[in-house]
Ligand binder design. Structure first.
Ligand SMILES: *[C@@H]1O[C@H](CO)[C@@H](O)[C@H](O)[C@H]1NC(C)=O
Ligand SMILES: *[C@@H]1O[C@H](CO)[C@@H](O)[C@H](O)[C@H]1NC(C)=O
Ligand SMILES: *[C@@H]1O[C@H](CO)[C@@H](O)[C@H](O)[C@H]1NC(C)=O
Ligand SMILES: *[C@@H]1O[C@H](CO)[C@@H](O)[C@H](O)[C@H]1NC(C)=O
Ligand SMILES: *[C@@H]1O[C@H](CO)[C@@H](O)[C@H](O)[C@H]1NC(C)=O
Ligand SMILES: *[C@@H]1O[C@H](CO)[C@@H](O)[C@H](O)[C@H]1NC(C)=O
Ligand SMILES: *[C@@H]1O[C@H](CO)[C@@H](O)[C@H](O)[C@H]1NC(C)=O
Ligand SMILES: *[C@@H]1O[C@H](CO)[C@@H](O)[C@H](O)[C@H]1NC(C)=O
Length: 501
């Protein structure tokens, strides 16, 4: 019996892991060049509340590392340009930094990348000559600690690293950077580290609004730009800029290096001259970006290629110099209210009306819906489970009922998953569904279809014995008569965890 159970558990765990298989990801940059930001502990709550799973910071601040310990949020940490010299000079400096400033907080703080230097081609000092030696010393320190496979070392770049970016196929690195770029690219290729690029269609538009269409920059162009050399069609500038990097890498025969976008975004406010810096445009850019990326659609030159992207930035940063827009890239105000709504699942409907609902008061309502990445089979399993043993009232998704339309598995499963979640304490576990549930803080209700909220109905039982009994006779859906036992395997980890609570 025990053995059988173990096997059962092993298989279900495998299924759960498969379900979590990582596609493209969306993270957020947590810049802290401001004097009015919440404490890192509060920020960690905010990040978790908004289901942000990847975070980039620009240093290795201990308070931040501590605040994100055991949150599950993956961290990209950084070594600022101003600190490169000691890292480049002596291996022992990198060793002691790792030992004293990182390892005490690792792996509780889930660090997966270290960026050594940032946009060194933009800096006026020596950074570019220091960056590769510093990267090598950090890598060697990680290797001594046995962590070089778990924590990747790279460095971020601006598009200024190229001398040419249009058409994308003509993308080429500026040869005046060759002295550090060549060893840098060799380092990345040798260690399977990504090339990190910060991409800003906003600046391209702002700086030449006559040559660049706003729609093209915002992912909503109805026309295409053709690359005359390759015949590839571009519908947005983001893809074109990424492909210019691909072609620049290919021109130097670095075909295996992947690209990661370590910053992109759109400001919500600017100086009078920066007319495109509005909350509407910022919301459109980031919403379309997320939809574009999590679809795993890739770019025209690399169809279907996964892409990890970080949105700049978490907060408006009042200490940043420069034009008004520089201080207004945030998704959140320092008081933690949203500047505009953004759905990290890439599914939600854009709605400006309830921007400020997400104040962090510990009582914010959340919903749990089906992941757009879930397979049909996973969605069906989740639906069958929730409406069967899960004791959810699924009458609203029956024909002619308010939540029947749209008649898709995704929509029906979302409704059922949410009801299950709300009836079972609205805990993360109740939203798990083998990795197919996604928490959202935007009400998914539409028209007359009302999604349940916490506390609305407490009648459901979270009793693990339910899996061995026949579904409750109150099951409303005739089509979903019974849940085949194999379907339960994907849910077993959830149930086991529930039991252990
Ligand atoms: C630049 O680096 C060289 C050695 O790499 C050093 O001698 C020089 O002082 C540095 N200059 C600045 C401005 O840091
Ligand atoms: C290449 O880089 C050098 C040094 O930063 C700069 O002066 C030059 O304008 C760049 N060339 C192009 C075509 O961007
Ligand atoms: C932008 O358009 C102007 C003319 O409208 C042209 O002179 C200029 O070269 C263009 N700039 C770029 C970067 O294509
Ligand atoms: C997502 O991918 C599908 C097929 O791969 C495609 O039809 C759809 O247009 C894509 N959506 C977006 C927003 O790119
Ligand atoms: C949201 O809150 C900010 C600051 O608290 C305020 O300036 C803004 O007007 C609010 N937006 C809406 C739509 O209420
Ligand atoms: C939550 O909101 C209530 C009423 O608006 C307020 O009294 C309370 O202090 C808030 N709690 C926190 C933790 O901010
Ligand atoms: C709670 O559930 C019961 C039985 O499933 C149902 O009759 C009742 O209408 C529900 N109440 C609410 C507020 O949804
Ligand atoms: C689960 O159901 C069994 C049998 O109905 C009951 O004895 C047990 O107390 C229930 N457990 C919980 C946590 O409700």
């Amino acid at each position: 019996m025990a053995r059988g159970f173990e096997l059962f558990f092993a298989i279900s765990l495998l299924l759960a892991l498969l379900g979590l298989c990582k596609g493209s990801t969306i993270g957020v940059c947590y810049g802290r060049n401001a004097d009015d930001l919440p404490t890192p502990d509060k920020v960690a709550q905010l990040v978790k509340q908004h289901n942000i799973k990847y975070l980039r910071i620009y240093d290795s601040n201990i308070q931040v590392l501590k605040a994100f310990a055991n949150t599950g949020v993956e961290l990209m940490i950084g070594i600022p340009n101003s600190d490169l010299l000691p890292f480049a000079q002596f291996q022992s400096n990198a060793d002691s930094w790792l030992k004293n400033s990182i390892l005490p907080y690792y792996p509780a703080a889930k660090i997966t990348y270290i960026t050594v230097g940032a946009e060194v081609t933009e800096s006026t000092d020596n950074s570019s000559s220091l960056v590769v030696p510093a990267m090598q010393n950090v890598f060697t320190a990680l290797k001594k600690a046995g962590l070089h496979k778990r924590i990747k070392v790279s460095s971020t770049h601006s598009l200024g690293v190229l001398s040419r970016s249009f058409p994308p196929s003509a993308g080429a690195f500026n040869s005046s950077h060759a002295h550090f770029l060549k060893p840098l690219l060799e380092f990345l290729a040798d260690n399977q580290s990504p090339f990190m690029i910060d991409i800003y269609p906003y600046y391209a538009y702002r700086d030449s609004p006559n040559n660049v269409s706003l729609d093209y920059a915002l992912f909503q162009s109805s026309s295409e730009v053709i690359d005359p050399n390759t015949g590839l069609l571009y519908t947005n500038m983001f893809d074109a800029q990424i492909d210019s990097i691909y072609f620049a890498l290919m021109a130097l025969n670095f075909r295996t290096i992947k690209i990661m976008v370590t910053e992109t975004g759109w400001p919500s406010k600017g100086s009078p001259k920066e007319k495109a810096a509005t909350p509407d445009n910022a919301q459109i850019y980031n919403t379309n970006l997320i939809r574009h990326v999590i679809n795993d659609s890739g770019t025209p030159a690399k169809r279907g290629e996964e892409l990890d992207v970080y949105i700049f930035s978490l907060f408006n940063e009042n200490r940043k110099p420069g034009l008004e827009s520089e201080r207004n890239w945030g998704l959140f105000y320092p008081d933690q209210t949203s500047v505009y709504n953004l759905d990290f699942s890439g599914k939600g409907v854009v709605d400006m009306t309830d921007s400020n609902v997400t104040s962090l008061n510990g009582t914010t309502t959340t919903w749990c819906i089906a992941s757009t990445k879930a397979s049909e089979a996973d969605l069906q399993n989740a639906l069958d489970w929730a409406c069967g043993p899960g004791n959810v009232d699924c009458s609203a998704i029956q024909p002619s009922q308010p939540c029947y339309e749209p008649d898709t598995l995704l929509s029906h499963a979302s409704f059922a998953i949410n009801s299950y979640y709300q009836q079972n304490g609205a805990t993360d576990i109740a939203c798990s569904f083998g990795g197919n549930g996604v928490k959202v803080d935007k009400n998914p209700s539409y028209d007359n279809c009302v999604y349940m909220t916490a506390g609305a109905n407490k009648t459901a039982a979270t009793n693990t014995t339910a899996i061995s009994s026949t579904p409750s006779s109150s099951t409303r859906n005739e089509a979903i008569a019974w849940v085949p036992s194999f379907l339960l395997m994907t849910l077993l980890p959830t149930l086991l965890t529930l039991k252990n609570l």
